[in-house]
Design a protein around this ligand. Structure first.
Ligand code: UD1
Ligand code: CA
Length: 461
């Protein structure tokens, strides 16, 4: 692999998005468009990435700070958006000698394979610039690739500056280039804004280098879809659909069944093992890792969660948590962040688990809230148990040791401990430690008032 740097242009407003957010910060599933671009450069082996910022630079910098890439990322500020050539110029002081890939932050479908091929082709042919070109049915809006009758490249012409004849050209510029840094710098010195948009175009460097006798060529790609750029929310939805198809297909080829690809949304970092089935209306995001033979969905949301083999998550939400093997989550359970659920466990209908550890073979089958709790193995949490973990100021821990049985409708007022194999009778409010093997019962003793209804004359006439 050859060394190269990457420059991503991201200074524009993206006015057609009609948004307060800069265009490149709009998301496709769980990642911004800009992050897709940077990740493709990173995976292709870029040693250094420079992002040209401008509009709302602070927001773009905030976004970049979240990535943790394995290569250096820095930003170059373009105060006024005076064109793509002017934008690249801002990055020049940060570039060392060698080669640089220039791309736009609104083209999130470009893959690392295409970037690697581009750099390899550029280096193998010893060019000053290699650009990618592609053929589209409707070239409107794109810069056109202009060639001589013998096929030799001469220049790129922008839509607004093109002649009638040039407008007919269907070979277009998707805005992906590999330049030799020294020659790029020299050509950028010569570009002017003598054009319809009064902008400094990066595309003008092509003609300048060629006129100077430099070796420049356009490498034709037959996958135009990869170079779709996003300018409106309609295009964002279109590109999102393509990304969705791309991701679901890669999982299906790896042995995952996806029942309905149209309603399944899987982020690009998600791992899913063989023979797992994803049912409709399911979203799996972040760094989620799903084991084999699981059933996820329908109607589930899994975010940054690790899920063991043979586990089911049905109609449920699991966030930032770890779930063991052979465990049933749902229907209608909510596993909130920092929770761990063991193997062979069951978290059933309308159970909310928050920042808690639930052991192996433990069951909370219906209508419960378990927060800030440490629950051991083989525990039965009956219907309607509640950890009262919050006193209005602080959160407190509830500990329930192995083999304990907590009856229905029990309040556990934390901090409190239920020791090993202890029982808590239904309806009890527990405020003190329950010792091993003991029974805690704390509720008003039942009274019977015989013939109460007749005595009070409450019979219906
Ligand atoms: C550009 C190309 C065109 C190509 C098309 C592909 C030029 C002159 N034209 O046109 O040949 O077919 O992309 O999509 O390069 N940007 C800055 N600073 C600026 C101007 C733009 O950072 O001063 C950024 C924008 O934020 C955007 C990218 O550069 O991410 C592309 O700019 P845009 O104005 O959309 O270029 P196009 O007109 O699409
Ligand atoms: Ca564009």
């Amino acid at each position: 692999m050859h060394n190269f740097a990457g420059v991503v242009l991201a200074a524009g407003i993206g006015s057609r998005m009609k948004s307060k957010l800069p265009k490149v910060l709009h998301k496709i599933f769980d990642k911004t468009m800009l992050e897709y671009c940077a990740r493709a450069l990173e995976k292709a082996g870029a040693t250094h990435i420079i992002i040209v910022t401008g509009h709302k630079e602070d927001l773009v910098k905030q976004e970049i700070s979240k990535w943790k890439l394995c290569c250096d990322v820095s930003t170059a500020y373009q105060e006024n958006q005076r064109g793509t050539g002017h934008a690249v110029k801002m990055a020049m002081p940060l570039l060392k000698q060698g080669n640089v890939v220039v791309m736009c932050g609104d083209g999130p479908l470009i893959t690392e394979h295409t970037l690697i091929e581009l750099v390899n082709d550029h280096v193998a042919n010893g060019r000053q610039c290699t650009l990618v070109s592609t053929i589209v049915d409707n070239p409107f809006g794109y810069g056109r690739i202009i060639r001589k009758s013998n096929g030799e490249l001469t220049k790129i012409v922008e839509e607004r500056d093109s002649t009638k004849k040039e407008k007919l050209v269907k070979e277009v510029n998707p805005s992906l280039y590999c330049f030799n840094v020294t020659h790029l710098g020299q050509a950028l010195e010569k570009i002017t804004n003598d054009n319809a948009a009064r902008e400094y175009y990066i595309t003008d460097t092509i003609e300048i280098l060629l006129k100077n006798g430099g070796k420049v060529d356009a490498k034709l790609s037959f996958t135009p879809q990869e170079f779709l750029s996003v300018n409106t929310r309609i295009e964002l939805a279109h590109v999102t659909k393509i990304m969705q198809q791309r991701i679901t297909e890669s999982h299906m080829l790896n042995g995952v069944t996806i029942v309905d690809t149209a309603t399944t949304y899987i982020g690009s970092n998600v791992q899913i093992a063989q023979d797992t089935i994803i049912y409709p209306n399911t979203t799996i995001e972040g760094n989620s890792k799903i084991g084999s033979n699981c059933n996820i969905g329908p109607n589930s949301v899994v975010k940054n969660a690790e899920i063991g083999d043979c586990t089911n998550v049905i109609n449920s939400t699991v966030t930032d948590s770890i779930i063991g093997e052979n465990t049933d989550i749902g229907p209608y359970a909510h596993i909130r962040p920092e929770s761990t659920v063991g193997d062979n466990a069951r978290i059933g209908n309308f159970v909310e688990i928050k920042k808690s550890t639930i052991g192996n073979d433990t069951k909370a089958a219906h209508h419960s809230y378990v927060g800030d709790a440490i629950v051991g193995n083989n525990v039965n949490l009956s219907c309607g148990i509640i950890t009262a973990n919050y006193d209005g100021k602080n959160k407190h821990i509830t500990t329930i040791e192995d083999g304990a049985f907590v009856g229905s409708n029990v309040n556990l007022v934390a901090p409190v401990t239920i020791c090993k194999n202890a029982y808590v009778a239904a309806g009890t409010t527990v405020t003190h430690k329950v010792p091993e093997n003991a029974l805690a019962i704390g509720r008003a003793r039942q009274e019977i008032k015989e013939e109460w209804k007749t005595k009070n004359n409450l019979e219906k006439s």
